[in-house]
Design a protein around this ligand. Structure first.
Ligand SMILES: [Zn+2]
Length: 83
């Protein structure tokens, strides 16, 4: 997964992360463009389960969810390249 700097669109590198709970983590990002130099704090949350764990932690509650449908590669309409 690549996260882009919202200002200059360069890749933002994850420098550190810190867990707050088993399903929430704070992430510190730094833009890799030295002329930009922006740093950010982002968050990562586990929202729902697609397949249940075979080693469940009784203290962790994650709602059962669903997969968001994604189009197959052949569903995208593209013009054929001119030869
Ligand atoms: Zn940037």
């Amino acid at each position: 997964m690549k996260i882009r700097c919202p200002h200059c669109q360069a890749v933002a590198a994850i420098r550190t992360s810190r867990p707050w709970t088993p399903v929430f983590r704070e992430i510190r990002l730094q833009c890799t463009d030295v002329d930009c130099g922006a740093t950010y704090v982002a968050s990562l949350t586990i929202d729902r389960m697609l397949v249940s764990s075979q080693k469940p932690n009784p203290r962790v509650r994650i709602p059962q969810g669903y997969a968001v449908p994604r189009p197959a590669n052949d569903d995208t309409q593209q013009e054929a390249a001119a030869l």
